[in-house]
Write a protein that binds this ligand. Structure first.
Ligand SMILES: Nc1nc2c(c(=O)[nH]1)N[C@H]1C(S)=C(S)[C@@H](COP(=O)(O)OP(=O)(O)OC[C@H]3O[C@@H](n4cnc5c(=O)[nH]c(N)nc54)[C@H](O)[C@@H]3O)O[C@H]1N2
Ligand SMILES: Nc1nc2c(c(=O)[nH]1)N[C@H]1C(S)=C(S)[C@@H](COP(=O)(O)OP(=O)(O)OC[C@H]3O[C@@H](n4cnc5c(=O)[nH]c(N)nc54)[C@H](O)[C@@H]3O)O[C@H]1N2
Ligand SMILES: [Mo]
Length: 695
């Protein structure tokens, strides 16, 4: 970035960056829009009736802390919840603050975007390797066959595979004589580039993977390579897979038995190959099982921990947390905690269901659950009914408009950046520390400073009470947060594995190259005490049995009984390169082009339902209805309707001029908070049965 005073005048890719190699995504240019956005909050605001009053930080911290303190004092600590959204992991001060907020607020009721996203992958990693973030990524740069299931990296840029410039990286697979196969109910941008695309009926991925395993066992193709002698539970997988021949699943999955057999042959013939499942396979009823089964395919055929296969990145600051499961349960539905969180799909009911422990307060940071979690309309009502809410967010949007106090962080160009999450998921080992682009002006605070001010004031109030009642005072969190974010990262690097410091990284402003992914990862990452890789513990076995029962009743791929709901259409999502979940829609540079929030349906369905291209249709589910223009295309499978999420900025009381004009509806007014993934409670946002009819 080139700057003049407080303006960015030029943005270019950095060819010396060993990971991106100069690629930048269109959203990078929008960083300027975000920085200059006239709607972005620059000062804290307090809601007074329908209007907002700008205040100084001291007053904002005082009012916010009083409100949170009152909630916890009245109903107990667990009547205050937190929701941390996706940008938390893209913003270093926010990410470091999250742990401090959790520790000091001291509530068990913690939500985040992870339970509308990757919890199934995390639980699978924990079950199989013993660590919730022990995630193996495809070694795309050396791979010769990549099977992509339920991911569209050409739009998303990869996800559990940090892979900037993925188009070039996939093309390179083809130039090496390799193959890319995409399995998706939509012929996506990625599928168009691929050598082969197979349409799959939503949520039937566990059947496809079991059929692949069926062939792998039946044809004697098991050859675990680096994992040889380390795998437990293969027998149970084999036993179950025996019931799912390719022929037995072809009708339900929509994939011909011959295609499944060919897929297995191509995959097992090529040593440098990997199956990469992502969000399309998480947001479904058997998400964790799908993730375990995809690991089973990779492990049993020797693709894990080999060059060109599925490999374990070696981040400079590795996350080795094991992740615990089921230590407590949600109050209303009794959903188990995982990794310290309960599912976002239970958030509204925890707020609007009376009884002891009912949520009365909420702190959000970098999240917009009204648009991003299931049944947003119910959540709106629930947020309105809270006693007190605080948001650490730069936007007055669909969610933060319910806050009593909004504490806006400064723009992230004023922060240093080091990605704790994405180095650990990257297709090449690198480390990059970026200095702030701009100095922060007076009164512009980062999430770290905001959290410190807020928590310190909260603890001061608690300690006043403690002094009055003769209780023990708590330590002021400001002490634990006295270091700067840069100092914290420096300490974490020093405790990491490559012997790095911020100073050393500063000598490599484009990023330090730590090389291609390395073999020997299994020995390094497996965290089970006995060092084994476990394909089928009790939880996985339970899911295999549940699937077998559903399969016997042919209910797989349906979140409710067939025909009980809807006219046979299943709803799935999609992403666009120039959009990012529910935000960045206020950036003029990304807003151009034709409206993106359309319902894609196949012409065959349109003629069955008597619909014409461009016509307004109403899409209805158990929980709600939206009216949206239809876009006919044979890129979507028959029986499936695709609507992107994060739109619908016309709700009253927000301050986002460009976004409000963009139109669109929120698909999460249709998704059903009652439908959750079997083990993690992750929301089932794909494969939702809906009725589509002329509006
Ligand atoms: N139907 C359907 N729903 C989905 C999905 C889907 O595929 N289909 N995908 C799901 C997924 S994967 C995810 S991750 C979630 C995302 O769900 P959320 O995390 O709840 O939503 P986002 O749109 O990412 O939230 C962005 C919020 O962060 C704020 N923000 C942006 N930058 C910063 C910053 O630097 N600091 C702070 N403090 N705030 C910031 C924005 O103003 C906005 O309020 O959506 C999920 N919802
Ligand atoms: N431009 C852009 N980039 C993003 C984001 C964004 O909003 N915009 N969001 C970021 C976030 S938070 C995340 S988590 C990642 C997600 O990254 P990806 O996982 O690549 O996400 P999507 O592009 O939504 O791709 C999901 C695909 O799953 C397909 N699908 C739906 N149901 C099923 C099913 O039952 N089975 C199978 N096999 N496929 C199915 C959909 O048609 C879709 O093509 O992207 C990140 N990158
Ligand atoms: Mo996500």
């Amino acid at each position: 970035m080139e700057t003049e005073q407080d303006r960015v005048v030029k943005i270019e890719g950095d060819e010396n960056d060993p990971l991106s190699r100069g690629y930048i995504c269109p959203k990078v240019f929008a960083l300027v829009d975000l920085h200059e956005d006239p709607d972005r909050l620059r000062r804290p605001v307090i809601r007074e009736g329908d209007s907002w009053r700008e205040v100084e930080w001291d007053e904002a911290f005082r009012v916010a802390a009083q409100g949170l303190h009152a909630v916890q004092k009245t109903g107990g600590r667990d009547t205050l919840a937190t929701y941390f959204g996706n940008p938390t992991v893209h913003n270093l001060p926010a990410q470091l603050s999250a742990a401090m907020l959790i520790r000091t607020l001291d509530s068990h009721v913690r939500f985040s975007a992870s339970t509308v996203d990757q919890f199934p992958h995390m639980l699978a990693a924990q079950q199989v390797f013993g660590g919730q973030l022990t995630i193996a990524v495809p070694d795309v740069d050396r791979c010769r066959m990549l099977i992509i299931m339920g991911a569209n990296p050409l739009a998303s840029n990869g996800s559990f595979m940090t892979a900037p410039g993925i188009r070039g990286r996939l093309r390179a697979i083809q130039k090496r004589g390799g193959k890319v196969v995409v399995i998706d109910p939509r012929r996506t941008e990625t599928a168009r580039l691929a050598d082969r695309h197979l349409f799959i009926r939503p949520s039937t991925d566990p059947l496809l993977l079991l059929a692949m395993l069926n062939v792998i066992f039946a044809d004697g193709l098991v050859a675990p390579g680096a994992a040889d002698g380390l795998i437990d539970g293969a027998e149970l997988i084999e036993q179950h897979a025996a019931n799912y021949t390719p022929e037995a699943v072809e009708l339900l999955t929509g994939i011909a038995a011959a295609d499944i057999r060919e897929l297995v042959k191509d995959f097992t013939d090529e040593p440098a190959a990997a199956v990469y499942p992502r969000i399309g396979t998480c947001l479904q009823p058997y998400g964790t099982l799908v993730s375990v089964l995809s690991l089973a395919v990779n492990l049993l055929t020797g693709k894990v921990d080999r060059e060109g296969g599925l490999m374990f990145p070696h981040a400079a600051i590795p996350n080795r947390s094991r992740g615990r499961y089921g230590r407590w349960k949600s109050r209303v539905r009794g959903m188990p905690e995982f990794a310290g969180e309960i599912p976002a799909a239970t958030m509204a009911e925890e707020m609007d269901t009376p009884g002891e422990g009912q949520l009365r307060g909420l702190v959000t940071m970098a999240g917009n659950p009204v648009l991003s979690t299931p049944n947003g309309r119910r959540l709106e009502g629930a947020l309105e009914g809270l006693d007190f809410m605080v948001s650490l967010d730069p936007a007055l949007n669909e969610t933060t408009r319910f806050a009593n106090v909004i504490l806006p962080p400064r723009n992230s160009l004023m922060n240093p950046q080091y990605s704790l999450a994405f180095h650990q998921l990257a297709v090449r080992d690198t480390a990059r520390f970026s200095q702030p682009v701009f100095e922060a002006a007076d009164g512009e605070l980062s999430e770290w400073e905001i959290s410190r001010g807020l928590l310190s004031e909260l603890v001061r109030l608690r300690n006043e009470d403690a002094a009055a009642s003769g209780g023990e005072p708590e330590a002021d969190p400001a002490q634990a947060m006295s270091a700067t974010v840069t100092e914290v990262i420096d300490m974490m690097l020093a405790g990491g594995e490559h012997g790095l410091t911020v100073e050393k990284l500063s000598e490599h402003p484009s990023g330090l190259d730590l090389g291609a992914l390395k073999t020997g990862g299994l020995a390094r990452v497996v965290l089970h005490d006995d060092g084994r890789v476990k394909l089928a513990g009790d939880m996985v076995e339970g899911e295999l049995e549940r699937l077998a029962a559903d399969f016997a009743r042919k209910r797989v791929g349906q979140v409710t009984e067939p025909d009980a709901e809807g006219n046979g259409m299943l709803l799935v999502g999609r992403r666009h390169l120039r959009s990012n979940n529910s935000w960045m829609h206020n950036c003029p540079s990304l807003a151009e082009g034709k409206p993106r929030c359309t319902a894609l349906i196949n012409p065959a369905d349109a003629s069955r339902l008597d619909l014409a291209d461009g016509q307004l249709v109403s899409v209805q589910s158990r929980v709600g209805r939206v009216d949206i223009p239809v876009e006919l295309s044979d890129e979507i499978m028959v029986g499936v309707v695709s609507i992107p999420h994060g739109w619908g900025h016309d709700r009253p009381g927000t301050r986002m001029k460009v976004a409000a004009e963009a139109g669109g509806v929120s698909v999460n007014d249709l998704t059903d908070e009652a439908q959750t993934e079997g083990l993690t409670g992750n929301a089932v946002l794909n494969g939702v049965p809906v009725t589509v009819a002329a509006a």
